[in-house]
Design a protein around this ligand. Sequence first.
Ligand code: DC
Length: 228
Amino acid sequence: MKKIIVAIDGFSSCGKSTMAKELARETGYIYVDTGAMYRAVSLFCIRHGWIKDDFIDTDKIEQHLSEMHLEFKTNTEGKAEIYLNGENVEQDIRTLEVANGASKVSTIRTVRKELVRQQQLMGQSKGIVMDGRDIGTVVFPNAELKIFLTASPEIRAQRRMEEMKNKGQEVDYEDVLANVLERDERDQNRKESPLKQAEDAILIDNSEMALTEQQELLRNLFREKTAF
Ligand code: DC
């Protein structure tokens, strides 16, 4: 069967990674969570004090970008986890603070350029499912299958809150909703590669969709694109 690139873009917390991971598992494709890469850069910057509350030291981040070595390794359960300079940071990057920082570092042109370069290398041999914000527009404009996933902010906040609670993090719904809205605003209005639907992307709103229904839809689209 012909190998393709699947690009899944969309708003934060609308289930892109769940969708992408499941498709990768079913097809034996590589899964890449590009948000994890921006989050790992954010974590590095927070640890160094280059991001704190509303402050961001762009010069320092640009100067030290080459010191942030990112890689994905598969754990014993077959799940890809992100490593920052050899340290597994998969858990550490899943906090609101890191998410907020990621949304800020992702506005820096030099950071985007470097991460996009790394992402393009990962997709050289195709057979990859990548999720993010600019995959179908910038990273792989020629991807054979492009999905733009969305859901209402309230539903996304609810889902994110449950996910965090399951991981033992106590969070308030209003805080999570505010965070979702703030990130939407920043993702859509930043100068560098703002979040937008590629012209040839298929729009899926999963606000009212069951997971099985969503996966069935994706599976069918994948089959259409890979059949020849
Ligand atoms: O998908 P996520 O919530 O893990 O992404 C974290 C942040 O990184 C989010 O605010 C947007 C940014 N991001 C981006 O700008 N481009 C990508 N390809 C992936 C994520």
